[in-house]
Design a protein around this ligand. Sequence first.
Ligand SMILES: NC(=O)c1ccc[n+]([C@@H]2O[C@H](COP(=O)([O-])OP(=O)(O)OC[C@H]3O[C@@H](n4cnc5c(N)ncnc54)[C@H](O)[C@@H]3O)[C@@H](O)[C@H]2O)c1
Length: 347
Amino acid sequence: MKSLTIKGNKSDSKLLVGESIQNLRLYLPENRVVVITDSNVNRLYGRNFNQYPVIEIGTGEKIKTLGTVAAIYEEMLAMEVDRSWFVLGIGGGVVCDIAGFAASTFMRGLKFGFVSTTLLSQVDASVGGKNGVNLDSFKNIIGTFNQPQFVICDPELLKTLPQREILSGLGEVVKHALIADQELFSYLEVKVPDALDLKGEVLEYLVYTSAVIKSGTVNSDETEKGERRKLNFGHTVGHAIEKCTSIYTHGEAVAIGMVAAAALSKQQGRISDPELVRIVNLLKNLGLPVTTDISRDELIRAMRHDKKREASYIDLVLLNAIGKCEVVRTPIEESADLVNALLIIPQ
Ligand SMILES: NC(=O)c1ccc[n+]([C@@H]2O[C@H](COP(=O)([O-])OP(=O)(O)OC[C@H]3O[C@@H](n4cnc5c(N)ncnc54)[C@H](O)[C@@H]3O)[C@@H](O)[C@H]2O)c1
């Protein structure tokens, strides 16, 4: 097992990569623990935490609402949960976002921790202390910055995950490699089959290295003013794609967005043609999409309504090499270049 301490403004968070869900109680108070989980995770793994009272929520992005949070508050009131209790979120990014937000706001804040059960949540969602829910079509618009006490990342739990969910997480690992770690990128290039086979030591390396990159970025910028924007690499077009259609998972949409950003980086002379080819090939070898049929106009329209847009500029994250990126403030009218760049990618 590898552990990593993530420094937060209010408290530190311990990330335990390779720890087993079976050792959960080592990290919890004796009693006064309430679990928040979703119906899939409860069905598959409930036997590991059935000594605690459980609040079960549904599944999917559609339940990431204030309505679900209100239902959790009501159940906690009925259980007479008070500020001495500990909230444990067990699930993927949806559960962690909701549980972290509910814990941070109920009675002005309870201590909380996570068992992260999806690859996306292990490499991304549960690292960094952002917790929140959606409001109408605005994703993650209501939320808090607050670190969990601990996050357990047990690679065994990933064995029951559908393949597309694994790919979604691997997409975020590629993102971390591209923005900050050329070695991680080279490692991925040779370990594609092992990563897809969920080899324990490979997953542990990918989860740990991703967490180091994400937490390093977050540590230097806990409230998302500067450095942290680099983590949005691939997300400008990725979010636009998610607005246009629901056929892609988040990771798939971001994969296409990363290709767009890499292609624009190549057009601007920031990376070379062979570097672009390596990026496209890695994503293809993993089984992630690198292009889309959504029309150029539709994508551009959706992109210009991105919440990260400030005034008449958009912050694009572009590559200066594999493993190096830069946030480039770009006039909104030039943002179409990002979508147009998708047209030049090698097939
Ligand atoms: N807070 C952040 O910094 C941050 C960062 C990235 C993403 N997110 C959020 O994360 C969410 C996506 O997370 P996700 O991809 O984990 O989705 P998810 O939580 O919806 O999980 C995906 C599916 O897998 C199921 N599942 C979970 N664990 C399982 C397991 N071990 N075996 C079998 N099935 C399992 C879930 O029930 C669900 O149906 C989005 O809402 C996104 O906004 C948050």
